[in-house]
Design a protein around this ligand. Structure first.
Ligand SMILES: *Cc1c(COP(=O)(O)O)cnc(C)c1O
Length: 371
């Protein structure tokens, strides 16, 4: 069997046709019809009023925070267990990340532990929907309302996921997506801020393009960024969106098959799906428990030898060397530490075949038995 990558894009629709159209018409930069079309159609897919396309997911987070007015001295609550992009986006603005441990089942921010971290400087909560599973949004929105906080969702891994039947990304003031090559739909590099708030949308749109004043070009009344997406990238995005339901269904079907093949393997914890959740299984993620018989990293190495690529989970924010000694890294985050140590995700491309998934699961079982 050919080497199985952990995740690769599926470009089986009209991507090439639309990219050729950009080149033939000379619209290859950050103006052109595909950008507006991509923004409108993706926002509509999320049932949101506005979409502001940007150059990547981290840019989306930074821009959303900036457009929401987050700045120096403000505190933003994030889960400790997440990608580095959240704490980076916050620190770019001179604001401070405040870490909360995660839920042992969903691996998303533990809603019971948010309130104890709120201070007079807290301005926002940034929940991160993890590996395809949505956060428990109702309690988060209640806490935000009670303490008058903004909510900016990081939905980079969960295109199409639902909380109580509603797509995530637009519960709060703004939602952020990534279209990196391994996300459920991709533009190569790319991202989007979605919002129902006209003011945030307008500000984000201005800031995305170095904050030219709406009154006069080359007049700048606030700090801005160059976070523009190109028409070429948006063209790929429009083509990807035409197949998004297929890709989400593929992810869910793969998870169902993985679950059925791995459920009786000793020492493997399968990904959860709460009653209120539609998990889109961006990455099919499992925990390798101590009674599996072999350390997670050893299993990863053996799988790679058999031609199967996997990834270990994120390293907790509090343990990142870049933040060493900073006071926000203090405290204990036992769930975050544990899943970071045990977590592994298996190949998850939309294009994966049933045969490949069976081979992966058989290989895991064979490795366990050989030990
Ligand atoms: C991928 C990802 C991002 C960053 O997206 P980029 O496009 O790679 O910058 C942010 N947050 C989460 C949760 C992600 O998984």
């Amino acid at each position: 069997m050919e080497f199985i990558n952990v995740c690769e894009p599926t470009l089986a629709g009209k991507e090439l046709e639309y990219v050729i159209d950009c080149i033939k018409t000379n619209w290859i930069s950050s103006a052109g019809k595909y950008i507006e079309q991509f923004e409108k159609q993706f926002a509509a897919y999320c049932n949101t009023k506005h979409g502001i396309a940007v150059s990547n997911g981290l840019a989306a987070l930074h821009l959303a925070l900036a457009a929401c007015g987050i700045g120096k001295g403000d505190e933003v609550i994030i889960p400790d267990f997440t990608i580095i992009s959240n704490s980076f986006a916050i620190t770019y603005l001179g604001a401070k990340p405040v870490l909360v441990d995660v839920d042992p089942k969903t691996w998303c921010i533990d809603v019971k532990k948010i309130e104890e971290k709120i201070t007079k400087n807290t301005k926002a909560i940034m929940p991160v929907h993890m590996y395809g599973h949505p956060c428990d949004m109702d309690p988060i929105m209640e806490i935000a309302k009670k303490h008058n906080l903004l909510v900016i969702e990081d939905a980079a891994e969960v295109h199409g996921a639902e909380y109580k039947g509603r797509k995530v990304g637009c519960f709060g003031d703004a939602g952020c997506f990534s279209f990196f090559a391994n996300k459920i739909i991709t533009t190569g590099e790319g991202g989007m801020v979605i919002t129902n708030n006209d003011k945030i949308a307008e500000k984000a749109r201005i800031m995305r393009n170095v904050s030219h004043s709406p009154k006069k070009r080359y007049l700048h009344e606030m700090i801005g960024f160059n976070y523009r997406l190109t028409n070429l990238q948006a063209a790929i995005g429009v083509a990807q969106l035409e197949n998004i339901e297929k890709y989400v269904d593929a992810r869910r079907n793969h998870a169902k098959l993985y679950n059925s093949l791995l459920k009786n393997v000793k020492g493997i914890t399968l990904p959860a799906e709460e009653k209120w959740a539609k998990n889109v299984y961006w990455m099919y993620s499992i925990l390798i428990q101590d009674d599996f018989g072999m350390a997670r990293d050893e299993l990863q190495k053996k799988l790679r030898e058999k031609g199967i690529d996997t990834r270990t989970f994120f390293i907790p924010t509090h343990a990142q060397p870049v933040f060493e000694g900073m006071d926000f890294t203090k405290g204990s985050y036992p769930v975050s530490d544990e899943i970071s140590r045990k977590g592994l995700y298996l190949p998850s491309s939309s294009s994966l075949t049933e045969e490949q998934i069976r081979f992966i699961c058989d290989t895991i079982k064979a490795i366990q038995e050989s030990f």
